[in-house]
Design a protein around this ligand. Structure first.
Ligand code: SAM
Length: 439
């Protein structure tokens, strides 16, 4: 692996919180002598599986990683989801069952059609059902009992396909048990869903081919995998050009100290392996994805005093991001776009991410990157896209682009949502909507 380029700023939160200010951790240096460096945090198992760093003797860091990863990668996480947890209610935090915003009606209905046993074993941390799904091929990383797969199987339709992959045999068994149930319920002649027992960092071994999926989703899983870079690289490989990874996961406000990263319950509860949020953009760029587009974020609350003490000043959010794989092309100019209202369930408006909402027939000025995504993805057919300044045939409103207003920090977005909730009546402030599982 190459190096990751210039070191990032050291993240602090507020005037007093320091990186590494969680209990038991003194001020930490970056790199080998203190917290694991960025490269180490992202690489995880690859180093271990190859028995250390090539011809070099294993360092203390290698030993530490070994201790961290062996229980967390395989047996521990598999046990946690296969044996320790039997249903969502057994979780100790709300990390794995939060919903950040109201669930659109067509998605709520699709979720309601999912079998009860499947839904009871749902451990996701967000809504990973994007828009414009008809006929799409979707891969779900860490599909668990298959709740999201079954909801999506209905939404992509019989000509689409959904593949779920998970390393916990018990979860794959539950998922497989209900294929016929769902196909009958949806009136499909033949199943459009497949579940594979396998590892998401080894999609090739599971038979998943290059450029074979339109969309990859994942719900609260990547935090459990030490080698996050390997996972994202595999996603990039299997996505078609113009495809996207639409995923919810847990992010930390700080670089996590060792005792948090290695704590078995915290890892199983999706907190210990959480990526420091700024590392996602670095990883995405390194692999070739467009910069992450933040969709939703909300704070995670820990309902266990002992775990809360371990976490100290670190904060966690569950956030949904979209990462697009675009064909390599020259720079795109700023554009004006008009949404035609053609996406099922989003006829009036398309909330694309935390920064852009496209109302039907309204002209919206977008930056180069957003223009490139809309032009080169499955959304192209629903947008009229023209260079800035050209007169567009619309009688709708106009929204200008303000670069300064763009939010990329999920903690800022979660604060905003919290403020909005506290100003709303209690029932509107609840994050529990429809059948979406909540604490
Ligand atoms: C928090 S649960 C989420 C399950 C599912 N996405 C849902 O929303 O219900 C995490 C799942 O990821 C799976 N998992 C963790 N690491 C994995 C890996 N390296 N490869 C495949 N599956 C993995 C676990 O077995 C578990 O089912």
């Amino acid at each position: 692996m190459g190096t990751l380029g210039p070191e990032r700023e050291v993240r602090t939160r507020g005037p007093t919180a320091q990186v590494g200010s969680c209990p038991g951790a003194g001020p930490r240096e970056r790199g080998p002598s203190g917290a694991l460096g960025l490269e180490s945090r992202l690489l995880g198992t690859q180093v271990l599986e190859s028995g250390g760093r090539g011809d070099m003797a294993p360092t203390r860091d290698d030993e530490i990683r070994k201790d961290v990863q062996v229980p967390a990668v395989g047996p521990m996480a598999a046990n946690y989801y296969g044996q320790v947890l039997k249903k969502s209610a057994d979780l100790q935090t709300n990390a794995c069952v939060t919903a950040a915003r109201p669930v659109p009606k067509h998605i709520r209905e699709a979720l309601q059609n999912v079998n009860e046993e499947v839904s009871l074993r749902y451990y996701g941390c967000g809504l990973v059902i994007p828009e414009c799904l008809e006929n799409c091929w979707i891969l779900d990383l860490g599909s668990g009992s298959g709740r999201d797969c079954y909801a999506l199987s209905q939404l992509v339709g019989e000509k689409g396909h959904v593949t779920g992959i998970d390393m916990t045999e018990g979860q794959v068994e539950v998922a497989n048990k209900y294929i016929e149930y769902h196909m009958e319920k949806y009136g499909f002649q033949s199943p459009n869903v497949t579940f594979i027992h396998g590892y998401i960092e080894k999609l090739g071994e599971a038979g998943i081919k290059n450029e074979s999926y339109d969309i990859v989703i994942s719900n609260c899983v990547i935090n459990l995998v030490p080698d996050k870079q390997q996972v994202l690289q595999e996603v990039y490989r299997v996505l078609k050009h113009g495809g996207e990874l639409y995923f919810s996961d847990v992010y930390a406000s700080l670089e996590l100290p060792e005792e948090v990263r290695t704590h078995k319950v915290l890892r199983g509860e999706c907190l210990g392996g959480a990526l420091y949020w700024k590392d996602l953009a670095i990883l995405a760029q390194k692999i070739g994805f467009c910069p992450p587009r933040l969709v939703t974020a909300n704070f995670i609350t820990v309902q266990n005093k002992e775990l809360e003490n371990m976490i100290g000043d670190c904060r966690f959010v569950s956030a949904t991001f979209r990462l697009f794989k675009l064909p390599k092309a020259g720079p795109t100019k700023r554009c004006q776009v008009i949404y035609n209202g053609g996406i099922t369930g989003h006829e009036k408006e398309l909330i694309f991410d935390a920064n852009f909402t496209f109302k039907k027939d309204e002209t919206v000025e977008v930056d180069e990157e957003t223009a490139a995504i809309l032009k080169n993805s499955r959304f192209a057919q629903d947008f009229l896209i023209r260079p800035n300044g050209e007169k567009l045939p619309t009688c709708g409103g106009y929204t200008a682009f303000e670069a300064k207003d763009i939010i990329t920090d999920p903690f800022k977005l979660a604060e905003g949502s919290d403020n909005a909730k506290s100003r709303s009546p209690p029932e509107a402030a609840s994050s529990c909507r429809g059948t979406e599982k909540c604490c």
